[in-house]
Design a protein. Structure first.
Length: 633
């Protein structure tokens, strides 16, 4: 009986919400906005207010964040999900969903931990509110309130959302007894109106209009590189007339990190025995360090804990060793423990990967998101990142190159710069020899792969079923041809310390055509970057993911009874971001085609898009031209 009544009540609530009318003005507004946006809904206005205060119970600074989001459906039957994040240091105090007439509106709610693939966000949780808009023009107002109890963890404020936003406003209300710096990032390309007012409460208001949505964009760098946002740096507060530091300097940041690591245990007979087993037949220091580094790569599964206290505190080395899994901090700590057992002075080190644009000049937990192990051998500092599977010792992965490294040094620390690997470390060198046999191009080739691509290849090969490895390797060399046309003669075993070499043969009948006394030939079956223009409406920088260096030499034996009557015109262009060089040369009865491509910077800024597209047009023109052989008289 009661269950039946509950169902009726819920149904009635749902029905009453759906039955609420939509006024014609909202419908007209939705019709007009749908001509501008392809999205299902827009945010008419987003208002986020951060109110700083001293809590009366704890005498500690806290923040009350109030969000008010006005939503408008541009279509019928739209579903939208609003999410609110929280963790051990924050809590959701209130939320509501109402119509523009201030009447309650139904929603479905689900709360839980955040997990993405093998990245588990520890104590980070969220509540998701599923909202169904039954009619175009339906306007709803979502309001929420979150309390932040530890202001170290309140680090960033964004204007953008996953829906187009007509107006976004962020307000900070900060009393004089709390010292907060608001650092502005990526404001240059946006018309952000900032106003301030001073008094017992200092008020800062930022307003931005007509924002695009932040939906997934292919080949985008980390959003911190291009979205306008504010870093919230709560440095100190006054308690009983005395200034109390929170994170006022990099020294404070390191002291907090040191507090999280000072009680870690580095003595373990189990680990010591494993280290002896790993290094027993090795003689040089580099060999021993390398063997320990590779053992952790191969035997400890990487599962990331990104946020909350677990996002900063390393797991005990013995626990990681026993469980055979850990996050970057746990793996770095295990490496440190094993290297100490082997007699080396290994240290923990913090850094922000390439997704983060900040330096350690900024005292904030937002500055870094990664931990590695650092060990000095002679004059060389080795940065050991065990999360980079199949990474060669001495090679710094793309995502940490050029980044600052905070290395522990007792009660002090060192700030080092991780070297940027030279482009030669990325060399992918191919030698392709052609001959014409029975109307087809016969290929014998060899490709030698280094750098980031080699590391990734080894990872995929190791994680691919044995009966599928050859198909995978062929797909890496076949370019725009079917992998079935290629036969593998040989390819390297999994070896971090040497290039990955693939030897192959192929018959490419599609790359040769005969018409009368002429033969038309395409030697390039990869045609790198052909048609890869960047869309005119793209507003996000383009990320190649890594630097690229391809060097290819193609040779063709020209049949004696033929002469060359046409060759594609050589093309060459270079700037600080990339370089393309394509050239044909004839030597006796051989024709050589040499191609060299360098992507010198993995991120192409928006200011370079036009130049890039012009270059791609020239490359397309080169690729579309053909070698023409004509029968000799």
């Amino acid at each position: 009986m009661y269950r039946y009544l509950l169902v009726l009540i819920l149904f009635s609530l749902s029905f009453s919400s759906i039955a609420q009318k939509v006024d014609q003005e909202s419908i007209n507004q939705a019709i007009q906005l749908s001509k501008i946006y392809d999205d299902d809904l827009v945010i008419l206005k987003s208002l986020a207010t951060y109110t700083f205060y001293i809590d009366k119970k704890t005498n500690k600074p806290m923040v009350k964040k109030k969000d008010k989001v006005e939503l408008l459906a541009l279509k019928n039957n739209v579903t939208y999900i609003m999410s609110i994040g929280y963790n051990d240091n924050s809590s959701i105090a209130d939320f509501s969903l109402k119509t523009d007439r201030n009447k309650s509106y139904d929603y479905e709610k689900a709360c839980g931990h955040v997990k993405s693939g093998e990245i588990f966000y520890s104590d980070a949780q969220f509540c998701a509110y599923k909202i169904d808009f039954n009619l175009r023009g339906r306007s709803l107002v979502f309001e929420s309130e979150v309390i932040y109890e530890d202001l170290k963890y309140l680090t960033k404020a964004f204007f953008h959302s996953d829906a187009p936003t007509l107006e976004s406003e962020i307000i900070f209300e900060i009393p004089k007894n709390i010292n907060v710096e608001l650092a502005e990032f990526n404001f240059d390309n946006y018309e952000i109106n900032k106003t301030t007012s001073s008094g017992e409460i200092n008020k800062y208001t930022y307003n931005l209009k007509n924002l695009e949505s932040t939906k997934f964009v292919d080949n985008a760098p980390g959003r911190l590189h291009y979205l306008p946002h504010l870093l919230i740096l709560t440095k100190s507060y006054v308690e009983d007339g005395v200034s109390v530091n929170i994170l006022s300097s990099t020294d404070d940041l390191y002291k907090w990190y040191k507090m999280l690591t000072q009680n870690l245990n580095y003595r373990s007979t189990t680990i010591e025995q494993k280290v002896k087993d790993i290094t027993k037949d090795l003689t040089t220091d580099k060999e021993k360090i390398e063997s320990i580094y590779y053992w952790v790569q191969d035997n400890i599964k990487y599962i990331a804990f990104e946020d909350g206290l677990a996002g900063f505190q390393p797991e005990d080395a013995e626990k990681v060793f026993y469980n055979r899994f850990g996050d970057c901090k746990g793996m770095a700590n295990l490496l440190k423990s094993m290297l100490i057992s082997a007699g080396y002075e290994a240290k923990l080190a913090w850094l922000g990967t390439s997704t983060i644009p900040y330096s350690y000049d900024i005292p904030s937990l937002a500055v870094d998101n990664h931990m590695v192990c650092s060990v000095q051998l002679g004059e060389k500092e080795y940065v050991l990142d065990a999360t980079e599977k199949f990474n060669q010792i001495g090679y710094n992965a793309e995502r940490i190159q050029g980044k600052q490294l905070m290395v522990e040094n007792g009660n002090d620390y060192k700030i080092l710069n991780i070297p940027v690997e030279p482009i030669n470390k990325y060399l992918e060198k191919s030698t392709i020899n052609y001959s014409i046999v029975d109307g087809a191009l016969m290929v014998k080739g060899e490709t030698i792969i280094n750098g980031e691509k080699k590391k990734n290849l080894l990872y995929y090969i190791n994680n691919t079923k044995k009966d599928e490895v050859q198909d995978f390797v062929k797909s890496e060399i076949s370019g725009n041809q079917s992998p079935d046309k290629f036969k593998l003669i040989d390819y390297s075993a999994v070896d971090r310390n040497n290039p990955f070499i693939i030897k192959f043969e192929a018959a490419l009948d599609d790359n040769l055509s005969s018409f009368g006394n002429e033969i038309y030939i395409d030697l390039d079956f990869t045609e790198d970057f052909k048609n890869e223009k960047i869309k005119d409406d793209r507003i996000v920088p383009f990320s190649f993911g890594e630097k690229i260096f391809k060097k290819c030499t193609y040779s063709l034996i020209v049949p004696r009874e033929y002469k060359i009557v046409n060759l594609p015109k050589d093309f060459s262009y270079s700037n600080e971001y990339y370089s393309f060089q394509f050239k044909y040369e004839q030597e006796d009865d051989k024709l050589f085609y040499r191609k060299e491509i360098k992507i010198l910077n993995p991120i192409l800024p928006k200011t370079e898009f036009n130049n890039w597209n012009t270059t791609i047009e020239q490359i397309n023109k080169f690729y579309n031209d053909q070698i023409i052989l004509e029968a000799a008289d």
